[in-house]
Write a protein that binds this ligand. Sequence first.
Ligand code: HEC
Length: 170
Amino acid sequence: MIRFPAFRTSRIALLPLLTLAACSSEQEPADLAYGTVQQMMANEVQPTADVYWGAVRFESRLEPDGSVTEEEFEPKTDAEWEQVAEAARKLQSFAVELQTQGYAEGRGEDWLVFAKGLDDVSKKAEQAALDKDPDAVFEVGGTVYNVCSACHQMYPPAELETAAGDAQSS
Ligand code: HEC
């Protein structure tokens, strides 16, 4: 069962990568729609997933008197719901792109399975947004996160383990 602290941890773990990435520019094959996988993840996939994950969220605040207030956020207007659906559609198109030769070449069979998995879960994510169902958006958001993590476990971002180690105590 994934809850938001897991998302927070992952974001903390991944942030240092953005800085490191700037120093390690390798070759950029011209036929890749979003640049290297690393660039695509950092510039497109993560920001888009953040839009989806941020749409329905809980925040707790410590009041001056020591009590804790829980606040729930969810989209209110049609336009806000549409942004969530749009984020899910973008994740689908990234998933499709990851399955193309340019991104899949040299990877194992499981690469396609993970990419297909992202496509499938992003479709469910879109449906939840079209249904304007906050609970479903929250739940499917957790599944999206699991799919991201599954691929990263097999194809770990270069600095992920170090960064995760550093962030563990925070
Ligand atoms: C099909 C496999 C796959 C899926 C699915 C996947 N990723 Fe990645 N991701 C990678 C690979 C491979 C890297 C490492 C790229 C590198 O460092 O060369 C990576 C790296 C990253 C990075 C680090 C980028 C950087 O600056 O170094 C972030 C952030 C990221 N992914 C976010 C996500 C999110 C969010 C999702 C789910 C919505 C996701 N990824 C789904 C394969 C995947």
